[in-house]
Design a protein around this ligand. Structure first.
Ligand code: SAH
Length: 225
C-alpha cells in the first residue's frame, strides 16, 4: 500500500517541525548518537498510536495503545537504542514486547534484521500490518511469550526488552552473542524500575544501571489471543 502524503508527512501537530522539536529535546536530554536521533526523526510515531492520540505523538511521553499497554516514551526508546548500539554495527536484534511496533521500526533503520515477539495477538497483528504499510521489510514478528527469546534466530547481537521483569529471563542471556548487549527494565512492575544494560563478555556478564524507568510488566506464560 502507498501511504497518502497527508498520512505520511503529517500535518499540524504531526508536521516535520513538531517532530524536529522532539528530536532537539532528546538531544538536550543527552541523546548524542546522530544515527539514533535521525532514526527517531524519520519514524512517524503518529502512525503507531490511535488517530485520536496522533496530535500527542511527538510529545516526549508514553501513550496508551489499548490492552492496558503503552507505546514507550521517545526518550526511553532513544536511550535503549543508543545503549545497544554502543557495540557498533549490529546484525541481528531481538525485541521482547512489540507493542505498537514503534521501537522495532526505529531499530529497523539502524540494524540489519529485527526479530520482535509479542504475547497479545491484536497488538502483534496491528504491528505487522503497520510495518508492511511502511515498507519495513527487515522486521520479523512472532506471537509468543518472549521471555523464552526466539531460539531459531539466536544468537543476537543485542536484545531489547520493553517490559519490566523482577529478574532477567535466562534464555535472553543465553541467546545473546558473545560481546552482545541486552537492555531491560528490572524491578517491581508497578514501581520504579532500573534500566539495566548487560554486556556479555565470554562467560562474564557486566552490568550497568542506566537510570530509573517505568514500564508495563513482562507477563510470562500463556499468550493472549
Ligand atoms: N516496544 C513497544 C512498547 C511496548 S509495551 C512499543 O514500541 O510500542 C510492552 C509490550 O510487551 C506490550 O505490548 C506487552 O503485551 C508485551 N509483553 C509483555 N510481556 C510479554 C512477554 N512475556 N512476551 C512478549 N511480549 C510481552
Amino acid at each position: 500500500m502507498i501511504l497518502k502524503p497527508k498520512q505520511h508527512e503529517g500535518i499540524g501537530m504531526t508536521s516535520q517541525r513538531t517532530r524536529d522539536r522532539l528530536i532537539s529535546r532528546l538531544h538536550d536530554r543527552g541523546i548524542r548518537n546522530k544515527q539514533v536521533l535521525q532514526a527517531l526523526r524519520v519514524t512517524p510515531r503518529h502512525l503507531f498510536v490511535d488517530e485520536a492520540l496522533a496530535s500527542r505523538a511527538y510529545e516526549d511521553t508514553a501513550l496508551p495503545i489499548g490492552h492496558k499497554q503503552t507505546i514507550s516514551q521517545p526518550y526511553v526508546v532513544a536511550c535503549m537504542t543508543e545503549a545497544v548500539l554502543q557495540g557498533g554495527v549490529l546484525e541481528k536484534v531481538l525485541e521482547v514486547g512489540t507493542g505498537s511496533g514503534y521501537q522495532a521500526a526505529v531499530l529497523s533503520g539502524l540494524v540489519e534484521r529485527v526479530y520482535t515477539v509479542e504475547r497479545i495477538e491484536a497488538l502483534y497483528q496491528q504491528a505487522r500490518k503497520r510495518a508492511m504499510q511502511l515498507g519495513l521489510r527487515n522486521i520479523q514478528f512472532k506471537l509468543s511469550d518472549g521471555s523464552w527469546g526466539w531460539e531459531s534466530y539466536a544468537p543476537y547481537d543485542a536484545v531489547v526488552v520493553t517490559a519490566a521483569s523482577d529478574e532477567i529471563p535466562s534464555a535472553l542471556i543465553d541467546q545473546l552473542a558473545d560481546n552482545g548487549r541486552l537492555v531491560i527494565p528490572v524491578g517491581q512492575p508497578s514501581g520504579a524500575q532500573d534500566l539495566l544494560l548487560l554486556h556479555k563478555n565470554g562467560n562474564q556478564v557486566e552490568q550497568e544501571n542506566l537510570g530509573s524507568v517505568s514500564f508495563v510488566p513482562l507477563v510470562q506464560g500463556n499468550v493472549f489471543t
